[in-house]
Design a protein around this ligand. Structure first.
Ligand code: CMC
Length: 428
């Protein structure tokens, strides 16, 4: 007999079906609850609410497990490139060599931006935040891709829209950086792989070819893989809810970029480095800052610490911490904020406040130190998170459309005024 949950309301008992996932995750299916009982559920912040069944990413926050399409993140970070992982997330399987070559060729074919697109960059003031630019630039792609506007696109049109976005994103991001420097844009080169091409467009010069250090490309691949998907987080569920209205891919992902920007989500990577710099300038007394983070009258939080789902450790942070040590050693960089980060981590991990609340370093705690070592400015960090998260957002949007999921529309409990009469303004 299939499992059910009993709900007692007054003198009535309702049987609610239970759904079990492939990793034995359990959910009480309340999709008919209001029709049957007149009640809704209330779950601010969706802490206990599943909004979809998805076959893309599995994570177990208690055990610190993260898998994309069944493959452990540790193995993917070790043995695959970012492009292989992007293919896996979007199409469901790791590519063969010829599938990967074909994928790379399609991306190379679409990596250029329309020359008119450059006018958008001219419109931004030099100090415009890269995330604000990215939101507009991703959304603006719809203007150059009429096939994306059809609310009921063919499979081929969906795929073309996906390829275009994935292909153009590195160009868009690199040009945001070049624009901030006032330097000429570097065009994509078909001979380079996805990540090398991005690094060349970002750090290359029109005057001469640059050598792209394989250590740097390897580090970048790892970082992008670790950010590539994370099931129903704030930005991904934003992408899905916008996509559920049949908004096009570019509009949906632009909304996801906006959601990512906040310091409680992807913006934390910028906030971590700014915090570490602040602590360094303040004399490096980590105990003082740990005390501030614990003080409920102080708005300061330890950025890069804590996670809604991970309550043991964040497996991405574990890999990044090691990668951070390796990369800094390989590049011969001694960054003083790394020492502060390690001291903060050690202090927090032995402090009852953090232990009791199960607060551990998350993906953003060490990633900024690597980005900095690779030469990226701090305000570009969250854009790099977006570049990594892009295949995940795309895969989630595609899955939602393929499964023909209904429009997302939560309910609420109204706590405002009950009905009252309008009095004309002169009599109020
Ligand atoms: N520093 C100090 N206290 C914290 C922190 C922190 N970083 N994070 C959580 N707490 C405390 C919080 O004050 C609360 O304490 P109490 O029970 O006494 O009220 C308790 O821990 C639970 O926190 P919460 O805010 O209710 O937890 P949440 O699941 O709603 O929030 C979070 C998760 C990630 C937003 C939060 O931990 C946070 O603000 N962390 C810092 C920002 C950060 O690093 N964000 C990146 C997340 S990982 C990247 C991504 O995927 O977005």
């Amino acid at each position: 007999m299939s499992e059910t949950a009993s709900l007692n309301l007054g003198d009535k008992t309702y049987e609610l079906p239970v759904t079990t996932g492939s990793e034995n995750e359990k959910a009480i299916d309340i999709s008919k609850l209001r029709d049957q009982t007149g009640y809704i559920t209330l779950d601010s912040g969706f802490k206990n609410t599943g909004c979809t069944k998805s076959a893309i990413t599995f994570l177990d926050g208690e055990q610190g497990i993260l898998k994309y399409r069944g493959y452990p993140i540790e193995q993917l970070a070790e043995k695959a490139s970012f492009l292989e992982v992007a293919y896996l997330l979007i199409y469901g399987e790791l590519p063969t060599q010829s599938e990967l070559d074909n994928f790379q060729a399609q991306l190379s074919q679409h990596a250029l931006l329309h020359e008119d697109y450059k006018k958008f960059y001219d419109g931004f003031p030099p100090k415009a935040h890269p995330m604000g630019q990215l939101v507009s630039l991703v959304s603006s792609l719809s203007a150059f891709s009429p096939e994306s506007l059809n609310p009921n696109p063919s499979k081929d049109d969906i795929n073309l829209t996906i390829i275009k976005l994935l292909a153009k994103m590195p160009t868009i991001v690199s040009w945001i950086y070049k624009g901030s420097l006032g330097e000429p844009f570097i065009y994509p080169q078909n001979k380079l792989d996805y990540v090398s091409n991005f690094m060349n467009m970002t750090f290359g010069q029109v005057t001469h070819e640059i050598e792209i250090d394989p250590v740097v490309v390897d580090a970048m691949n790892k970082l992008l893989i670790l950010h590539a998907d994370h099931e129903q987080n704030c930005s991904t569920s934003t992408v899905r809810i916008v996509g559920s209205s049949e908004a096009n891919l570019y509009a949906s992902i632009s909304a996801g970029v906006s959601a990512l920007w906040g310091p409680l989500h992807g913006g934390a990577n910028q906030a971590v480095i700014e915090m570490l710099e602040r602590i360094k300038e303040d004399g490096g007394d980590t105990d003082k800052w740990i005390a501030k983070a614990k003080d409920k009258n102080d708005s300061f939080r330890l950025m890069g610490f804590g996670h809604r789902v991970y309550k043991n450790f964040d497996p991405r942070a574990k890999i990044i911490k090691k990668a951070c040590d390796d990369i800094l050693a390989k590049l011969g960089i001694n960054d003083p904020v790394l020492e502060i980060a390690k001291k903060l981590e050690a202090a927090a991990l032995s402090d009852p406040y953090f232990v009791e609340r199960k607060l551990y370093p998350n993906v953003d705690f060490y990633s900024g130190i690597i980005y900095r070592a690779l030469g990226f400015p701090t305000d570009l960090f969250t854009v790099l998170f977006a570049l990594g998260r892009l295949p995940g957002w795309i895969a989630q949007w595609k899955e939602l459309r393929e499964n023909k999921e209904p429009i997302g529309r939560p309910r609420q409990i109204y706590v405002g005024e009950t009905e009252r009469d309008v009095v004309e303004i002169a009599k109020r």
